[in-house]
Design a protein around this ligand. Sequence first.
Ligand code: G3P
Length: 216
Amino acid sequence: MKFFADTAEISEIRDLAATGLLDGVTTNPSLVHKSGRDFIEVLKDIAEVCPGPVSAEVVGLDYDSMMREAEVLRKVAKNIAIKVPLTPDGLKACKALTGDGTMVNVTLCFSAAQALVAAKAGASFISPFVGRHDDVGFDGMQLIADIRMIYDNYDFATEILVASVRHPIHVVEAAKLGADVMTAPPKIIHQLFKHPLTDAGIAGFLKDWQASGQKI
Ligand code: G3P
């Protein structure tokens, strides 16, 4: 499973890249706003630190605006994936961009039917939002299972990018279902390392080592 960081904070991305765990980055207009930085500048910095796909979202709602914005964004770096919303115009842009060799991440997916049409439009990635799905009383993981089954039935190459990840269990469940990628805030990626028994074990071994009076 590939790990993408869902953030526009360059220090967090550098930190994760140093762990060797970082396969890509996803941003969205809310994350860019939170960073307080210029969109193009922040994208340049991220694409330099992370050689994997870096998702940059268009904000135009019609095909022409999306294509105009995509043209600006894809010039920033070779590893930019254009993020388009799951709408008819978004999928039309997806078809045109992927036909041209540009990676496209189709975002704001909340149903298996939407994932099916995105794959037919040639999406490189489909982003089902599991956390927001759970928030409104649906089962986000069932959506991942359904998409996995559909994509496998027809050998679609579109990668399932599990988004809106809120805790490590989302990551583990998505991995069990065979999702290709998950994107999560760095805080959650760091939580994946954690287990109280690991911390307790280290403390216990250190205490006994000190009592032994030995050195390495
Ligand atoms: O980048 C899209 C997605 O991961 C958003 O997550 O937590 O705002 O639902 P969240």
